[in-house]
Structure formats: C-alpha cells, structure tokens
Design a protein around this ligand. Sequence first.
Ligand code: HEM
Length: 497
Amino acid sequence: MDFLTFPLLFSFFLAFAYVIVISGRRNFRLPPGPFPLPVIGNLLHLGDKPHHSLATLSKRYGPLMSLKLGSRTTIVVSSSNIAKEFFHNHDPFFSSRSIPDSLRVVDHDKYSIVFLPAEDQWRKLRKICKEYIFSVRRLDANELLCRKKVEELLDHVSDCCTNQKDVNIGEIAFTTVLNVLSNVMFSMDIAQYDSVSSQEFKDAVRALMEFAGKPNIADFFPILKPFDPQGFVRQGNVYAKKIMTIFDTIINQRLQTRSSSSFTQTNNDVLDLLLNFNQTNESEFTQNDMRHLFFDLFIAGTDTTSSTLEWVMTELIHNPEKLKKARLEVIKLMKNKNDIIQESDIFQLPYLQAVIKETLRLHPPVPFLVPHQAVCDVEINGYMVPKNAQVLCNVWAMGRDSKIWSCPETFLPERFLEVTIDYKGQDFEFIPFGAGRRICPGLNLAHRMLHTMLGSLLLKFDWKLGGNIKANDIDMGEKFGVTLQKNEALMAIPLRL
Ligand code: HEM
C-alpha cells in the first residue's frame, strides 16, 4: 500500500458514511422544534409551567413539535388535527406509556393499568374496569351510595354555614370523592371531613401525585436512575407503602370475614366481585393485582375530580352572573322535588353541563394527558416520530386555541350550549379525558360525581369568596404537576337560602 492509498480509502469511507447518514436523515425527519443544547437538550425551555411554555413554542414551531429533554426525544402535540392523527388514525402505535421514574415504587410499574404497555395484562385490567367497576349497570347500582356521600357533603357544608366557617372547596371535594370510591370498592369510608385520622391517606395520595409531576432528572437521563438523585423514589416508596398497607389490611380483613363460619352474604362491592373473579374466570387475578389496581383507581380518580370541582367553583365565584344562572337552572328544575340533584337529573341541566365542560376546557386536570410512548417509528404528516419517543398532548393549549374557540381565555359556558362538543373522546378539540384506547376508564363515574356534587352545592347554598376578598381579586394561579391544581386553595363562604 503506497502512502496515498490509505488517505484515499479513508476519504472514500467518510464520503460513503456521510451519504448514508444524510440519506438516512432525509427519511428520518423529526418534527421541527427549538435547537437543543448539548447534554440538557431543551430542558431549559420547560420553565415552571411547561404547559404554558410548550404552548408558546408550538405557536412558533407548529402543532407537531419535537424536543430533546435530556436524552429523551419528546414529541408535543398541540392541535386537534394532530391529536386525531395520534389517538385515532395511529392509536395502536401510541398506546404505550413512558413511565416516570418516581412511579417505579413498590414495583407498581409492573402491575399498573396506567403504566403497563397495551398488551394482554393491561387489556385484562381494562376489561375488569369496564365490566366490574364502570359499566352503566354497576354505576347505576351505586347511585344510592353516591347520593348518600353527597348528602354528607351537604351536611358538612351546612355545619360550616351554622358555625360561619369558610369552606375549603378542594378539600371537601377530595374527601367526598375519596369516600365515594372507597364505598364503591370496599363499602366503607376512608376519610372524614373534620378529622385528622384520614389525613395520612390523603397526604400520601397527594404527595405521590406531586412527585410524579415534578421534573425528575432521572427521567431525562435514564443512566442516573439507580442513583435517584432527587430522592423521589425513596420518598415515593414511603407514601406508596402506606397506601398499600391500608389496602392490604382491608383485603385481608375481608378474606377473613369470608372464610369465617358465620359468613353468609357478600357486600357485592368491587372487592367482593374481584375476590369472586377467580371462581368464575379461567384467568387468575391475584391479591397483588388487586392492590395495584386499587392504588391506580384511588390515585387517578381523587385529585383529578376534586381539583375540577375546585376550579368550577372558582370560575363561578369569579363570574357571579354565571353562578346565578347555573343556580337558577338547578333551583327551577328542583323546585317541586325537595331533593338533591340525582344522576337522572343531569341531562335536564344543560347549563350546569356547559359550566363543567367550560371548566375542563380552561383547566384540564391532566394538561399533557398521561405521557404516551411510540411503540415503533411512525410517520405523521411527513415527519417521523421515532420508536420510544415520549408523546405529550398539550390539551391545555388545545383548549385555548383561538382557531377553534372564540375568546379562548374567557369563561363562557354558553359556547357549549350552541355546539354538541363533548369530552367522550370523539371531539379531538376537547379531550380532557384523553381519547383512543387509553382514554380515562373513570370518565362516566367522574361525570356523575362532578354533576351531582356541583348541582347539589348550588341548589342548597349561594356562594361568595371567603376572607373579605372581592370576586375580581380571586387568585386564578395554577400549580403544575400531574394534575393542574389551584395555586391557592379556594376558601368560600356558603350562604343558606
Ligand atoms: C387515565 C383524566 C377521573 C381512572 C386518564 C387520562 C386522563 C384522565 C387525561 C389519560 C388519558 C390518556 O393518556 O390518553 C381524568 C379526569 C378526571 C378523571 C379529567 C376527572 C375529572 C378518573 C376517575 C378514575 C380514573 C374517577 C377512577 C376512579 C383513570 C385510570 C387511567 C386514567 C385508571 C389510566 C388508563 C390507562 O392508562 O389505560 N384520566 N380522569 N380517572 N384515569 Fe382518569
């Protein structure tokens, strides 16, 4: 080999490699997005309210945008057309999940309906939810029970009224939702309104939601996972174990009761149905499967529903003429009934429904949905979404898209009286519960709880802001997390009629 041959061969190899890379890139064009910095990528673009920052960026780069969050490719969806491409036209390819490291506690990611890939075990859990928990028949069967919990809520508010105490709306909603769920699942109350005894459970649920929502370095640099740099897994483990211990105790007590000689009748609640499952089905549903399912349902169902009620009341107190209109509708329907709002009344309350939809448009509790993940390379609108990319659907931005909604920043429930848009996953401009196969399985229960709680609170009381604050000065700030909470708790004064 003379002294020229090696450099020539090497140059030829480089040119060949370059052509391969460039031609490969042409077929692998990521959606546009801001230029990533070395190592940290676009992390600094997130800010403390990522749903706002990404909405602003998408105005520049478009509704299909790509970012690099540390070493993770992240695709951000910000329009109804693109959302339909992902969660309707290509739904099977995006039905996997990216799992926040902080939720790998108590091995939860291995059993969780929220985080399992859309394969056999997940399908089984969805089927159980559909048939045993959220079917119309099961929800109807639980109507009296839910009604009792709403009556207890009203009794508590009435006591506050008598004692001239402000009401923390988010807190009482959380207690009510927790008790509805615990009665549907176990035929018992887990929480009390004025007692610290149930505080441990509530705090643990909230802490886990908070950890899951906080930016975690280990999610952006998976190589750091074993070190748990911010301690989220360690702390999350403590809370998760507390919750699991409560479920274990309840399940074991029930097993004991069922095995005693004096046992005659089942409660016919979800726990009983699941314990019977193995007798009536070929496939097995273990006690471990059960506790992880309860874990998910309580975590996913409480903060979302209670923070929605807090935002609805905030918007109504902030807009007194809308509050009056909603109350008049409820009072007119119920004037001859001497009763509270029941589930069968909901369809006769179009303005109440519109108020809840408008709140979910402006304050979707899960602003990015639960992050999805691409199971393979998928081409969307001429761009490539690579396998394992995390997909964030910015429903917060979609709810404020001026191409879809007139005066998008204004609380205007009337807009929903003129159109048939609903949140059941068919209208992609409005998907606060998600869409496609990962759509929220608790949607119908949440729908019933929200309308009966809100309708009854409006029927029995008028409301004004606590602490001598004027309606105009109400705090509308948000706190970002898995759920979009109010920055300051809403303290309201109930006025008896
Ligand atoms: C998933 C919203 C109440 C159980 C979800 C998702 C959203 C959502 C956005 C993710 C959808 C996606 O990734 O595409 C809400 C809202 C609620 C609510 C806005 C109330 C206002 C509930 C309730 C329960 C529940 C009451 C059960 C008691 C679940 C579960 C999942 C889920 C288990 C995971 C489903 C899966 O990954 O297959 N929810 N949710 N949610 N929700 Fe809800």
